[in-house]
Design a protein around this ligand. Structure first.
Ligand code: PCA
Length: 218
């Protein structure tokens, strides 16, 4: 693996909530070692654990020293690639994490700001995905479980590192998961991988986001 290229750190999660597969890890791992616009992708798996994910993330940041950090997670029930705009300083777990922890109304990082906005060009990424024929939305909440926790930690850590931009994307179930869950939306790993590559290429090419409408009324 070349060490001279600037790095993109791309993370996915291990399976949780009774599933045997996590679409985020399936899509992310297929991009490991790939070059995108002169950058090298380093893919890594985070545990679906509040405490464990943070430890692992800090270690990965030390080892990889990326210029772009993109977290990816499963959001069962969402219909499209879901680019997160914001992460909040809150843990409120509906189910225990993979280590059995179930924090309720606790901060991700005590004393830190209430929220952080993504520092990736979310509007430009959404527009590029649409041009490529992939359904994509701007999401105004990453939830209150481990994905929001990781997204918040990514943005908190990136805020202290000059030259590091970070963000998070939720993705739908895989078709094989949706087949057991009547009517759930799904997207193949191939299409998610294509979307991630387009999103990353756009992030590299877009230092300042485009001014496009993607608001929500509720
Ligand atoms: N999705 C969960 C955590 C891990 C994952 O892939 C979430 O949305 O919080």
């Amino acid at each position: 693996m070349s060490t001279s290229l600037p790095r993109i750190l791309l993370t996915g999660f291990d399976p949780f909530g009774g599933e045997s597969i996590n679409p985020s890890w399936e899509a992310v791992r297929a991009l490991h070692g790939k070059r995108i616009a002169g950058h090298l992708v380093v893919s890594a798996q985070l545990p679906t654990e509040f405490a464990g994910s943070l430890q692992q993330l800090k270690r990965l940041l030390r080892e990889t020293r990326p210029v772009i950090l993109l977290g990816v997670g499963q959001a069962g029930g969402r219909h499209q690639l879901s680019i997160e705009r914001v992460a909040i300083n809150l843990q409120d777990a509906r189910i225990p994490d993979n280590a059995g922890a179930q924090p309720i109304d606790e901060p991700v990082i005590a004393g830190a700001p209430a929220a952080y906005f993504s520092t990736l060009p979310i509007k430009a990424m959404q527009a590029a995905l649409h041009v490529a024929g992939l359904p994509a939305e701007i999401s105004q909440t990453a939830g209150t479980y481990v994905c929001n926790h990781v997204a918040y930690a990514m943005l908190h850590l990136a805020a202290k590192r000059r030259g590091l931009r970070a963000g998070f994307m939720h993705i739908p179930y895989l078709p094989q998961q949706a087949a057991r869950l009547r009517g759930a939306a799904s997207m193949s790993s191939f299409e998610v991988g294509r979307g991630l590559e387009i999103a990353l290429r756009t992030a590299i090419a877009t230092p300042v986001d485009r001014r496009l409408e993607a608001g929500a009324l509720d």
